[in-house]
Design a binder for this molecule. Structure first.
Ligand SMILES: *Cc1c(COP(=O)(O)O)cnc(C)c1O
Length: 400
């Protein structure tokens, strides 16, 4: 007789395998708001690893907008956007975002992940080619997996290699119908910036469409936090799809794409994640409108973010640490071995600083790091306190 199959034991086994390799997520609990000084697992700490760059999640205008919208529009939207869930607030958000981005039009998705997973497979199908930076975000990778297009990967930010990949693609027989080039704007592990000026120039030479995921660039880079397209002074003929999220510097939640009217009409009629999943609750849409408003009217937040970034990075470097390739408020503090990075992070927490380690296999074996993300609302005293904690742990572990 065949041995009876246990249909569910794999879950426990695979989970245990992760625990053995110390690769399981141990969830921390925030007691209260995500803000520069917050409570993590019952301890008061300085928050150095949230994506809430500008602290807009706690901005009075953003919070009030959410509360007011619940009173006027209710707690939920009642449907997907194409059927009965398209509220005036959703439309207003798209108009406001497009104006902020200086694009013809914008479309809001439930999340950034939903934007990438929904739109990318519609932009390239069999007979097409998707060209992708090797360190692109997982949501891009999943979007690409949903497409039947061929794929080619170029070396991280290496525009000479990109040129080679595109030249090879020209030789393909039968010729590719379309080529879609996708890159992150700011890369979240190293805090480095895609050379979008070169990339878009090369793409134009080869007739490729350019799609940039600016999740970590908007609210941070460019004029008034308008993002990487603005940072490089590019326009809509250079970059055809500018994708982003409201879950990072905007301080709320939601994904979006900006570009031409035809992009938005195409995207809303084709993206399955957009068509088949409920729209944002009114509170979310209203809070996002308020966040756009704050970015347009209060330039001090982006300014403070960069002042804090420069101060913190210099302090960390003066303490003897290597901050890798960081050019943005994402500041990795390179440690080396994964085990050392884990101990480092635990000791920081004991000293009242919350910053998580990024270890193998997320990064290569010898480049484990503590990844920090700067915040506009941290004070000089708090930054000094954080730098001191890094110095202390660094000398304890004989790293500096
Ligand atoms: C965070 C992130 C996303 C996902 O955005 P969400 O709105 O949180 O789903 C997509 N791409 C990149 C590069 C990101 O960093």
């Amino acid at each position: 007789m065949m041995t009876k199959r246990d249909p569910v034991s794999f879950m426990e086994e695979e989970y245990r395998a992760l625990v053995e390799r110390e690769l399981d997520w141990k969830l921390r609990v925030l007691g209260g708001a995500s803000q520069p000084r917050c409570n993590v697992d019952g301890r008061d700490v300085l928050m150095l690893c949230s994506n809430n760059y500008l602290n807009l999640s706690n901005h009075p205008k953003v919070k009030d907008a959410a509360i007011t919208a619940i009173r006027s529009h209710g707690a939920g939207s009642g449907s997907v956007r194409p059927i009965a869930g398209n509220m005036d607030l959703h439309a207003e958000l798209e108009t406001r975002l497009a104006a902020f981005k200086r694009a013809e039009a914008s479309l809001v998705y439930q999340t950034g992940f939903a934007a990438n997973a929904g739109l990318i497979p519609q932009l390239a199908d069999s007979g097409d080619l998707i060209v992708s930076d090797e360190l692109n975000h997982g949501s891009i990778i999943d979007g690409v997996r949903l497409s039947k297009a061929d794929r080619a990967v170029y070396k991280h930010c290496d525009h000479a290699h990109l040129e080679e990949v595109l030249a090879n693609a020209e030789e393909h027989s039968p010729p590719y119908r379309r080529i879609l080039l996708i890159t992150d704007g700011v890369f979240s592990m190293d805090g480095d910036i895609a050379p979008l000026d070169h990339i878009s120039g090369i793409a134009a030479d080869h007739g490729a469409m350019v799609y940039v995921d600016d999740a970590h660039g908007e609210g941070v880079m460019g004029e008034g936090g308008r993002g990487i397209v603005s940072h490089f002074g590019l326009n809509r003929d250079d970059v055809h799809v500018e994708m982003g999220t409201f879950s990072k510097a905007f301080g709320v939640v939601g994904g979006h794409v900006s570009g031409s009217e035809s992009l938005v009409k195409f995207a809303l009629n084709k993206s399955r994640t957009w068509l088949l999943s409920g729209s944002h609750p009114p509170a979310v849409a209203a809070a996002c409108i308020a966040a756009v408003d704050v970015l347009e009217t209060e330039p001090q937040h982006v300014k403070n973010l960069w002042l804090n970034t420069d101060y913190f990075r210099r302090g960390i470097q003066n303490a003897g640490f290597d901050t890798g390739k960081s050019q943005t408020p994402i500041v990795p503090i390179m440690i080396g071995e994964s085990a050392a990075a884990k101990v480092f992070s635990r000791r920081l927490y004991d000293l009242g600083v919350f910053a998580l380690p990024i270890v193998h296999p997320m990064v290569s074996k010898d480049s484990a790091r503590i990844r920090t993300i700067m915040n506009a609302a941290l004070t000089r005293e708090e930054l000094d306190e954080a730098i001191l904690a890094f110095e202390k742990v660094g000398s304890e572990l004989k790293l500096v």
